[in-house]
Design a binder for this molecule. Structure first.
Ligand code: GLU
Length: 462
Protein backbone atom coordinates (compact mmCIF):
# COMPACT_ATOMS: atom_id res chain seq x y z
CA UNK A 1 0.00 0.00 0.00
CA UNK A 2 1.28 3.48 -0.82
CA UNK A 3 2.54 5.26 2.31
CA UNK A 4 0.63 8.02 4.01
CA UNK A 5 2.75 10.54 5.87
CA UNK A 6 1.98 13.76 7.61
CA UNK A 7 3.79 16.91 8.58
CA UNK A 8 2.28 18.08 11.84
CA UNK A 9 3.64 21.47 12.92
CA UNK A 10 2.38 23.38 15.93
CA UNK A 11 1.57 26.99 15.04
CA UNK A 12 3.84 28.63 17.57
CA UNK A 13 5.93 31.58 16.50
CA UNK A 14 7.74 31.16 13.24
CA UNK A 15 8.66 28.36 10.84
CA UNK A 16 11.86 26.81 12.20
CA UNK A 17 14.45 25.44 9.77
CA UNK A 18 14.23 22.11 11.64
CA UNK A 19 10.49 21.96 10.90
CA UNK A 20 11.20 22.77 7.27
CA UNK A 21 13.62 19.85 7.09
CA UNK A 22 11.03 17.52 8.67
CA UNK A 23 8.45 18.71 6.12
CA UNK A 24 10.93 18.24 3.28
CA UNK A 25 11.87 14.67 4.26
CA UNK A 26 8.20 13.72 4.63
CA UNK A 27 7.47 15.26 1.25
CA UNK A 28 10.45 13.63 -0.51
CA UNK A 29 9.53 10.25 0.93
CA UNK A 30 5.88 10.60 -0.12
CA UNK A 31 6.77 11.76 -3.63
CA UNK A 32 9.36 9.02 -4.05
CA UNK A 33 6.97 6.30 -2.96
CA UNK A 34 3.92 7.65 -4.79
CA UNK A 35 2.35 8.16 -1.37
CA UNK A 36 0.20 10.85 0.21
CA UNK A 37 1.57 13.87 2.03
CA UNK A 38 -0.79 15.36 4.60
CA UNK A 39 -0.54 18.72 6.37
CA UNK A 40 -1.96 18.68 9.88
CA UNK A 41 -1.72 21.74 12.06
CA UNK A 42 -1.39 20.67 15.69
CA UNK A 43 -3.13 23.53 17.40
CA UNK A 44 -4.27 21.64 20.50
CA UNK A 45 -2.34 23.77 22.96
CA UNK A 46 -4.48 26.89 23.06
CA UNK A 47 -2.10 28.71 25.36
CA UNK A 48 0.82 28.46 22.90
CA UNK A 49 -1.06 28.84 19.63
CA UNK A 50 -0.51 31.70 17.28
CA UNK A 51 -3.36 31.32 14.79
CA UNK A 52 -1.75 33.72 12.27
CA UNK A 53 1.12 31.25 12.06
CA UNK A 54 -1.22 28.74 10.38
CA UNK A 55 -0.96 30.93 7.26
CA UNK A 56 2.74 31.45 7.86
CA UNK A 57 3.37 27.69 7.81
CA UNK A 58 1.51 27.29 4.53
CA UNK A 59 3.27 30.28 2.98
CA UNK A 60 6.67 28.90 3.93
CA UNK A 61 5.78 25.45 2.59
CA UNK A 62 4.55 26.89 -0.69
CA UNK A 63 7.72 28.95 -0.93
CA UNK A 64 9.73 25.74 -0.57
CA UNK A 65 7.54 24.01 -3.16
CA UNK A 66 6.30 21.40 -0.68
CA UNK A 67 2.78 20.81 -1.90
CA UNK A 68 0.49 18.67 0.21
CA UNK A 69 -2.21 16.27 -0.95
CA UNK A 70 -4.60 16.47 1.99
CA UNK A 71 -5.29 19.21 4.52
CA UNK A 72 -4.48 21.49 6.08
CA UNK A 73 -6.41 19.79 8.85
CA UNK A 74 -6.69 21.58 12.16
CA UNK A 75 -6.22 19.26 15.09
CA UNK A 76 -8.59 21.41 17.13
CA UNK A 77 -11.43 20.44 14.77
CA UNK A 78 -11.26 16.93 16.23
CA UNK A 79 -11.38 18.08 19.88
CA UNK A 80 -14.65 16.21 20.51
CA UNK A 81 -13.18 13.00 19.12
CA UNK A 82 -10.11 13.39 21.37
CA UNK A 83 -12.29 13.90 24.46
CA UNK A 84 -14.30 10.83 23.53
CA UNK A 85 -11.16 8.70 23.31
CA UNK A 86 -10.08 9.90 26.76
CA UNK A 87 -13.54 8.96 28.08
CA UNK A 88 -13.15 5.54 26.53
CA UNK A 89 -9.78 5.07 28.26
CA UNK A 90 -11.35 6.19 31.55
CA UNK A 91 -14.21 3.71 31.17
CA UNK A 92 -11.82 0.90 30.44
CA UNK A 93 -9.70 1.74 33.46
CA UNK A 94 -6.73 2.63 31.26
CA UNK A 95 -6.76 6.18 32.56
CA UNK A 96 -7.70 7.91 35.81
CA UNK A 97 -8.52 11.33 37.18
CA UNK A 98 -5.92 13.29 39.10
CA UNK A 99 -5.99 16.69 40.75
CA UNK A 100 -2.45 16.85 42.09
CA UNK A 101 -0.58 20.07 41.60
CA UNK A 102 3.08 19.89 40.55
CA UNK A 103 4.00 21.27 43.99
CA UNK A 104 2.08 18.50 45.78
CA UNK A 105 3.76 15.85 43.65
CA UNK A 106 7.18 17.31 44.39
CA UNK A 107 6.48 17.62 48.12
CA UNK A 108 5.48 13.95 48.39
CA UNK A 109 8.60 12.61 46.77
CA UNK A 110 11.55 11.51 48.84
CA UNK A 111 14.75 13.23 47.75
CA UNK A 112 16.47 11.59 44.82
CA UNK A 113 13.34 9.96 43.38
CA UNK A 114 12.97 9.84 39.59
CA UNK A 115 11.15 12.68 37.84
CA UNK A 116 7.54 12.23 36.80
CA UNK A 117 4.29 11.39 38.53
CA UNK A 118 4.35 9.25 41.67
CA UNK A 119 1.07 7.45 40.95
CA UNK A 120 -0.75 9.00 43.93
CA UNK A 121 -4.20 8.86 42.31
CA UNK A 122 -3.62 5.67 40.37
CA UNK A 123 -5.81 3.57 42.65
CA UNK A 124 -7.78 6.27 44.48
CA UNK A 125 -10.78 6.29 42.15
CA UNK A 126 -11.21 10.07 41.94
CA UNK A 127 -14.29 10.94 39.88
CA UNK A 128 -13.27 12.58 36.59
CA UNK A 129 -14.58 16.07 35.99
CA UNK A 130 -13.77 19.66 35.32
CA UNK A 131 -10.66 20.85 37.12
CA UNK A 132 -9.28 17.31 37.19
CA UNK A 133 -6.65 16.15 34.77
CA UNK A 134 -6.72 12.65 33.30
CA UNK A 135 -3.60 10.51 33.37
CA UNK A 136 -2.84 7.46 31.30
CA UNK A 137 -2.31 4.36 33.43
CA UNK A 138 1.01 3.14 32.07
CA UNK A 139 1.38 -0.64 32.38
CA UNK A 140 3.89 -1.47 35.12
CA UNK A 141 5.70 -4.35 33.55
CA UNK A 142 5.44 -3.73 29.80
CA UNK A 143 7.81 -2.24 27.28
CA UNK A 144 7.35 0.30 24.55
CA UNK A 145 8.91 -1.07 21.38
CA UNK A 146 8.86 0.48 17.94
CA UNK A 147 10.74 0.11 14.68
CA UNK A 148 12.81 3.10 13.67
CA UNK A 149 14.13 3.25 10.12
CA UNK A 150 16.80 5.80 10.98
CA UNK A 151 18.00 3.93 14.07
CA UNK A 152 17.92 0.81 11.93
CA UNK A 153 15.96 -1.42 14.27
CA UNK A 154 13.77 -1.63 17.34
CA UNK A 155 13.86 1.07 20.01
CA UNK A 156 12.72 0.00 23.48
CA UNK A 157 11.86 1.56 26.80
CA UNK A 158 10.41 -0.11 29.90
CA UNK A 159 6.99 1.39 30.58
CA UNK A 160 7.81 2.07 34.24
CA UNK A 161 10.31 4.66 32.99
CA UNK A 162 7.55 6.38 31.07
CA UNK A 163 5.18 6.86 33.97
CA UNK A 164 1.55 7.96 34.11
CA UNK A 165 1.40 10.98 31.84
CA UNK A 166 -1.42 13.50 31.47
CA UNK A 167 -3.64 13.03 28.40
CA UNK A 168 -6.33 15.57 29.24
CA UNK A 169 -5.98 18.81 31.11
CA UNK A 170 -8.27 19.93 33.91
CA UNK A 171 -10.05 22.28 31.48
CA UNK A 172 -11.13 19.34 29.32
CA UNK A 173 -8.62 19.86 26.48
CA UNK A 174 -6.83 16.73 25.34
CA UNK A 175 -3.07 16.97 25.24
CA UNK A 176 -1.01 16.89 22.07
CA UNK A 177 0.32 13.45 22.96
CA UNK A 178 -3.18 11.92 22.87
CA UNK A 179 -4.46 13.94 19.90
CA UNK A 180 -1.33 13.08 17.90
CA UNK A 181 -1.92 9.32 18.31
CA UNK A 182 -5.65 9.47 17.60
CA UNK A 183 -5.17 11.64 14.50
CA UNK A 184 -2.43 9.41 13.13
CA UNK A 185 -4.70 6.41 13.54
CA UNK A 186 -7.73 8.16 12.05
CA UNK A 187 -5.67 9.42 9.10
CA UNK A 188 -4.16 5.95 8.57
CA UNK A 189 -0.62 7.29 8.76
CA UNK A 190 1.87 4.60 7.78
CA UNK A 191 5.15 6.41 8.58
CA UNK A 192 5.79 8.95 11.30
CA UNK A 193 8.77 11.05 10.24
CA UNK A 194 9.68 13.66 12.85
CA UNK A 195 12.56 15.12 14.81
CA UNK A 196 14.25 12.93 17.39
CA UNK A 197 13.35 15.46 20.06
CA UNK A 198 10.07 13.50 19.98
CA UNK A 199 11.67 10.18 20.98
CA UNK A 200 10.26 10.19 24.50
CA UNK A 201 6.85 11.18 23.13
CA UNK A 202 7.02 8.19 20.83
CA UNK A 203 7.27 5.85 23.81
CA UNK A 204 4.10 7.37 25.22
CA UNK A 205 2.60 7.14 21.74
CA UNK A 206 3.28 3.41 21.60
CA UNK A 207 1.68 2.75 25.01
CA UNK A 208 -1.41 4.75 24.04
CA UNK A 209 -1.63 3.11 20.62
CA UNK A 210 -1.59 -0.31 22.21
CA UNK A 211 -4.08 0.62 24.93
CA UNK A 212 -6.44 1.82 22.21
CA UNK A 213 -5.93 -1.41 20.24
CA UNK A 214 -5.26 0.50 17.03
CA UNK A 215 -3.56 -2.35 15.18
CA UNK A 216 -0.05 -2.37 13.75
CA UNK A 217 2.00 0.69 14.68
CA UNK A 218 3.22 3.09 11.99
CA UNK A 219 6.89 2.87 11.08
CA UNK A 220 8.95 5.61 12.73
CA UNK A 221 11.83 7.67 11.40
CA UNK A 222 13.32 10.02 13.97
CA UNK A 223 15.42 12.62 12.21
CA UNK A 224 18.68 13.67 13.83
CA UNK A 225 18.96 17.01 15.52
CA UNK A 226 20.23 20.02 13.59
CA UNK A 227 23.33 21.74 14.93
CA UNK A 228 24.92 25.03 14.01
CA UNK A 229 28.42 25.31 12.58
CA UNK A 230 29.86 25.45 16.10
CA UNK A 231 28.25 22.09 16.89
CA UNK A 232 25.63 23.62 19.21
CA UNK A 233 21.90 22.98 19.04
CA UNK A 234 20.24 25.56 16.78
CA UNK A 235 18.77 28.25 18.93
CA UNK A 236 16.69 31.28 18.20
CA UNK A 237 19.04 33.45 20.22
CA UNK A 238 22.24 32.40 18.50
CA UNK A 239 21.20 31.42 15.00
CA UNK A 240 18.96 32.52 12.20
CA UNK A 241 16.34 29.81 12.50
CA UNK A 242 13.19 31.23 10.89
CA UNK A 243 12.67 30.12 7.29
CA UNK A 244 10.90 33.43 6.67
CA UNK A 245 14.16 35.27 7.37
CA UNK A 246 15.98 33.34 4.65
CA UNK A 247 13.17 34.07 2.23
CA UNK A 248 13.27 37.75 3.14
CA UNK A 249 17.04 37.84 2.77
CA UNK A 250 16.73 36.73 -0.82
CA UNK A 251 17.66 33.05 -0.74
CA UNK A 252 16.28 31.07 -3.65
CA UNK A 253 13.78 28.51 -2.42
CA UNK A 254 15.27 25.74 -4.56
CA UNK A 255 18.73 26.49 -3.14
CA UNK A 256 17.42 26.54 0.42
CA UNK A 257 15.57 23.28 -0.16
CA UNK A 258 18.62 21.67 -1.75
CA UNK A 259 20.80 22.65 1.18
CA UNK A 260 18.22 21.53 3.74
CA UNK A 261 18.06 18.08 2.15
CA UNK A 262 21.77 17.67 2.84
CA UNK A 263 21.38 18.21 6.59
CA UNK A 264 21.22 14.62 7.78
CA UNK A 265 21.01 12.99 4.36
CA UNK A 266 23.28 12.67 1.37
CA UNK A 267 22.61 11.58 -2.19
CA UNK A 268 25.93 9.73 -2.13
CA UNK A 269 29.35 10.56 -3.52
CA UNK A 270 30.28 14.19 -3.13
CA UNK A 271 27.24 15.46 -4.96
CA UNK A 272 25.72 18.49 -3.36
CA UNK A 273 23.84 20.49 -5.93
CA UNK A 274 21.17 18.46 -7.61
CA UNK A 275 17.69 19.03 -8.98
CA UNK A 276 14.80 18.18 -6.71
CA UNK A 277 13.62 15.40 -9.05
CA UNK A 278 16.93 13.61 -8.58
CA UNK A 279 16.85 14.05 -4.84
CA UNK A 280 13.34 12.64 -4.72
CA UNK A 281 14.37 9.70 -6.89
CA UNK A 282 17.26 8.87 -4.57
CA UNK A 283 15.80 9.64 -1.18
CA UNK A 284 15.69 6.73 1.26
CA UNK A 285 14.78 7.04 4.93
CA UNK A 286 17.36 4.32 5.59
CA UNK A 287 20.08 6.70 4.38
CA UNK A 288 19.24 9.42 6.89
CA UNK A 289 22.20 9.74 9.24
CA UNK A 290 21.93 8.77 12.89
CA UNK A 291 24.28 11.50 14.02
CA UNK A 292 23.21 15.10 14.11
CA UNK A 293 23.33 17.19 10.93
CA UNK A 294 25.06 20.50 10.62
CA UNK A 295 23.14 23.53 9.42
CA UNK A 296 25.88 25.87 8.38
CA UNK A 297 24.77 29.28 7.17
CA UNK A 298 28.02 29.81 5.29
CA UNK A 299 27.56 26.59 3.38
CA UNK A 300 23.97 27.53 2.65
CA UNK A 301 25.13 30.86 1.28
CA UNK A 302 27.58 29.05 -0.92
CA UNK A 303 24.86 26.78 -2.32
CA UNK A 304 22.63 29.80 -2.87
CA UNK A 305 25.39 31.55 -4.76
CA UNK A 306 25.79 28.54 -7.05
CA UNK A 307 22.07 28.52 -7.76
CA UNK A 308 22.08 32.25 -8.47
CA UNK A 309 25.03 31.81 -10.85
CA UNK A 310 23.21 29.10 -12.74
CA UNK A 311 20.15 31.27 -13.48
CA UNK A 312 19.89 32.70 -16.95
CA UNK A 313 20.39 36.49 -16.75
CA UNK A 314 16.78 37.14 -17.77
CA UNK A 315 15.50 34.78 -15.05
CA UNK A 316 17.83 36.33 -12.54
CA UNK A 317 16.39 39.79 -13.26
CA UNK A 318 12.80 38.60 -13.14
CA UNK A 319 13.35 36.84 -9.83
CA UNK A 320 15.32 39.67 -8.28
CA UNK A 321 12.60 42.14 -9.31
CA UNK A 322 9.86 39.90 -7.95
CA UNK A 323 11.74 39.59 -4.67
CA UNK A 324 12.18 43.35 -4.44
CA UNK A 325 8.55 44.04 -5.20
CA UNK A 326 7.38 41.40 -2.71
CA UNK A 327 9.28 43.12 0.02
CA UNK A 328 8.12 46.64 -0.80
CA UNK A 329 4.53 45.78 -1.61
CA UNK A 330 3.08 46.71 1.79
CA UNK A 331 4.73 50.12 1.51
CA UNK A 332 3.84 50.74 -2.14
CA UNK A 333 0.62 52.74 -1.65
CA UNK A 334 2.25 54.85 1.06
CA UNK A 335 5.27 55.61 -1.10
CA UNK A 336 3.15 56.25 -4.18
CA UNK A 337 1.31 59.07 -2.40
CA UNK A 338 4.61 60.74 -1.58
CA UNK A 339 6.57 60.38 -4.82
CA UNK A 340 6.80 62.79 -7.72
CA UNK A 341 9.11 60.54 -9.72
CA UNK A 342 10.00 56.86 -9.65
CA UNK A 343 13.49 57.78 -8.53
CA UNK A 344 12.01 59.46 -5.48
CA UNK A 345 9.98 56.36 -4.77
CA UNK A 346 13.11 54.28 -4.89
CA UNK A 347 14.99 56.62 -2.59
CA UNK A 348 12.23 56.12 -0.01
CA UNK A 349 12.57 52.37 0.15
CA UNK A 350 16.22 51.75 -0.58
CA UNK A 351 16.95 51.46 3.16
CA UNK A 352 15.14 48.12 3.04
CA UNK A 353 17.79 46.65 0.77
CA UNK A 354 20.92 48.01 2.28
CA UNK A 355 22.68 45.83 4.82
CA UNK A 356 23.02 49.06 6.82
CA UNK A 357 21.51 52.45 6.11
CA UNK A 358 23.88 55.16 4.90
CA UNK A 359 23.73 57.76 7.64
CA UNK A 360 25.50 60.97 6.66
CA UNK A 361 27.58 62.41 9.47
CA UNK A 362 25.64 65.67 9.22
CA UNK A 363 22.25 64.04 9.40
CA UNK A 364 23.12 62.16 12.56
CA UNK A 365 24.76 65.11 14.25
CA UNK A 366 22.04 67.57 13.33
CA UNK A 367 19.34 65.23 14.58
CA UNK A 368 21.22 64.51 17.77
CA UNK A 369 21.48 68.26 18.41
CA UNK A 370 17.80 68.79 17.65
CA UNK A 371 16.62 65.94 19.86
CA UNK A 372 18.82 65.89 22.94
CA UNK A 373 17.32 62.59 24.10
CA UNK A 374 18.45 60.93 20.83
CA UNK A 375 20.54 58.14 22.39
CA UNK A 376 18.15 57.58 25.28
CA UNK A 377 15.22 57.21 22.89
CA UNK A 378 17.11 54.65 20.82
CA UNK A 379 18.04 52.67 23.93
CA UNK A 380 14.47 52.72 25.22
CA UNK A 381 13.08 51.82 21.80
CA UNK A 382 15.52 48.94 21.47
CA UNK A 383 14.39 47.54 24.77
CA UNK A 384 10.70 47.73 23.87
CA UNK A 385 11.06 46.61 20.26
CA UNK A 386 12.75 43.42 21.41
CA UNK A 387 9.48 42.03 22.69
CA UNK A 388 6.65 44.09 21.21
CA UNK A 389 4.33 42.40 18.74
CA UNK A 390 5.84 43.29 15.36
CA UNK A 391 2.91 45.25 13.91
CA UNK A 392 2.89 48.90 12.94
CA UNK A 393 0.34 49.97 15.58
CA UNK A 394 2.11 48.14 18.39
CA UNK A 395 5.47 49.56 17.27
CA UNK A 396 3.95 53.03 17.27
CA UNK A 397 2.82 52.56 20.86
CA UNK A 398 6.22 51.20 21.90
CA UNK A 399 7.89 54.22 20.32
CA UNK A 400 5.69 56.65 22.21
CA UNK A 401 6.51 54.78 25.41
CA UNK A 402 10.20 54.85 24.57
CA UNK A 403 10.00 58.62 24.11
CA UNK A 404 8.23 58.99 27.46
CA UNK A 405 10.80 56.80 29.17
CA UNK A 406 13.59 58.91 27.67
CA UNK A 407 11.87 62.01 29.02
CA UNK A 408 10.93 63.73 25.73
CA UNK A 409 8.58 66.62 26.19
CA UNK A 410 7.49 66.81 22.59
CA UNK A 411 6.17 63.37 21.64
CA UNK A 412 6.55 63.99 17.90
CA UNK A 413 10.28 64.00 18.55
CA UNK A 414 10.54 60.34 19.54
CA UNK A 415 10.20 59.28 15.92
CA UNK A 416 13.14 61.13 14.44
CA UNK A 417 16.01 59.28 16.15
CA UNK A 418 14.44 55.97 15.18
CA UNK A 419 13.90 57.09 11.62
CA UNK A 420 17.45 58.33 11.23
CA UNK A 421 18.95 55.20 12.79
CA UNK A 422 16.92 52.92 10.57
CA UNK A 423 16.64 54.76 7.25
CA UNK A 424 19.48 57.30 7.37
CA UNK A 425 17.00 60.07 6.60
CA UNK A 426 14.84 62.47 8.53
CA UNK A 427 11.88 62.11 6.17
CA UNK A 428 10.39 59.14 4.39
CA UNK A 429 7.41 56.83 4.25
CA UNK A 430 5.36 56.26 7.42
CA UNK A 431 7.84 55.05 9.98
CA UNK A 432 5.98 52.26 11.77
CA UNK A 433 4.83 50.54 8.59
CA UNK A 434 8.41 50.79 7.37
CA UNK A 435 9.72 49.14 10.54
CA UNK A 436 7.15 46.40 10.23
CA UNK A 437 8.40 45.65 6.71
CA UNK A 438 12.05 45.92 7.69
CA UNK A 439 11.57 43.37 10.45
CA UNK A 440 12.46 43.25 14.11
CA UNK A 441 16.01 41.90 13.85
CA UNK A 442 17.19 44.43 11.31
CA UNK A 443 15.54 47.28 13.17
CA UNK A 444 17.22 46.30 16.43
CA UNK A 445 20.60 45.97 14.77
CA UNK A 446 20.29 49.42 13.21
CA UNK A 447 19.28 51.06 16.47
CA UNK A 448 22.23 49.50 18.24
CA UNK A 449 24.53 50.55 15.44
CA UNK A 450 23.44 54.18 15.48
CA UNK A 451 23.81 54.25 19.23
CA UNK A 452 27.34 52.89 19.03
CA UNK A 453 28.22 55.57 16.46
CA UNK A 454 26.89 58.28 18.68
CA UNK A 455 28.83 56.91 21.63
CA UNK A 456 32.15 56.53 19.87
CA UNK A 457 31.83 59.96 18.36
CA UNK A 458 32.22 58.88 14.75
CA UNK A 459 28.64 59.91 14.17
CA UNK A 460 28.55 58.56 10.65
CA UNK A 461 28.64 55.38 8.65
CA UNK A 462 30.52 56.89 5.73
N1 GLU B 1 3.33 19.07 16.59
C1 GLU B 1 4.64 18.53 16.83
C2 GLU B 1 5.68 19.60 16.70
O1 GLU B 1 5.44 20.63 16.10
C3 GLU B 1 5.01 17.45 15.82
C4 GLU B 1 4.45 16.17 16.15
C5 GLU B 1 4.69 15.09 15.15
O2 GLU B 1 5.25 15.33 14.07
O3 GLU B 1 4.25 14.02 15.45
O4 GLU B 1 6.77 19.40 17.17
Amino acid sequence: MAPRVRFAPSPTGYFHVGSARTALFNWMFARQQGGTFILRIEDTDRSRNQPEQIDGIQRAMRWLGLDWDEGPFLQSDSAARHREVVDQLLEEGRAYACDCTPEQIEARKPPGSPPGYDGYHRERGLTPGLGRAVRFRAPLDAESIFEDVVAGGAVREPSRNIGDFVIRKGNGDALFILANVVDDADMRISHVIRGNDHLSNTHKYVLLWEALRLGPLPVFAHLPLMMNAAGKKLSKRRDKVAVEDYRDDGYLPEAFRNYLALVGWSPGGDREILPIEEMVAEFRLEDVTKSSGMFDERKLLDVNKKYILSLRPGDFLTRATAWLSDRTQPLAPLVQERSRTLAEAWAMVDFLYQPKPCIERDTLQRSARKVPEFGAILAAAEERYATVEWRADAIRQATVEAGDAAGVTNRARSQEPVRVAVTGRTVGPPLFESLEVLGRDRTLARLADARARLDDGTGATR
